[in-house]
Write a protein that binds this ligand. Structure first.
Ligand SMILES: Cc1cc2nc3c(=O)[nH]c(=O)nc-3n(C[C@H](O)[C@H](O)[C@H](O)COP(=O)(O)OP(=O)(O)OC[C@H]3O[C@@H](n4cnc5c(N)ncnc54)[C@H](O)[C@@H]3O)c2cc1C
Length: 168
């Protein structure tokens, strides 16, 4: 879609955070990639499509207009968990769903937890409700771990159903 075009990527995600050093190295060694530090997108120009991006240098306020039709924003994400505020599901300060051992304080489940047992791994503070993948507090944020969480959650769902007598 963007072949032979000038592309702007805002933010660096993992590579900027040095989690993926191999990407960082590749980017700095690629001659047709220019890295603008201390840069902020301050204006987008265009009529029906993007035509120019204004970039301001945060150190001295100087501005630069870069012609482009392609701008990708890669500045991180926010978990889509607002719905959980109407439930007893505990979230961390960033909005991720807290599960299993992460719910325990001095070995005790939160006050809203109604059962004698502690929450299963991946189980939220609402019994029988599980979180898998990126949305889970403390998750690794990788495809393989999200898939693993999902597979593991199924096992605990069965255990929960057995416990409640609903299995089969
Ligand atoms: C730019 C980028 C590059 C990445 N590169 C890699 C990589 O190279 N290797 C790697 O292993 N991982 C990589 N990751 C991480 C990987 O994509 C995630 O860890 C993985 O997709 C998590 O899977 P998930 O199912 O938990 O969440 P997602 O893949 O985010 O799936 C969640 C789904 O739920 C949907 N949803 C959200 N809210 C609701 C709602 N209320 N109702 C219904 N549906 C809803 C969303 O639309 C989405 O489809 C990368 C991520 C990004 C952003």
């Amino acid at each position: 879609m963007c072949r032979d075009e000038h592309v702007i990527v805002v933010g660096g995600g993992n590579s900027a955070a040095s989690l993926s050093t191999y990407l960082l190295v590749r980017i700095t060694q690629t001659t047709n990639v220019e890295i603008l530090y201390h840069a902020q997108v301050t204006e987008l120009k265009g009529e029906t499509v993007l035509s120019e991006v204004e970039i301001s240098d945060m150190r001295d306020g100087s501005k630069r207009l870069i012609p482009t039709r392609r701008l990708f924003v890669c500045i991180g994400g926010v978990p889509n968990t607002e719905w959980a505020k109407d439930t007893a599901i505990v979230r961390d300060e960033a909005g991720y769903l807290v599960t299993g051992p992460d719910l325990l304080r001095q070995g005790r489940a939160p006050e809203c937890w109604p059962l004698a047992r502690t929450p299963f791994f991946l189980e939220t503070s609402v019994p029988g409700s599980f979180a898998a993948g990126d949305v889970r507090h403390g998750s690794v944020k990788r495809v393989a771990s999200a898939v693993g969480d999902g597979a593991m959650a199924v096992t605990f769902v069965h255990r929960y159903l057995e416990e409640t007598g609903l299995n089969g």
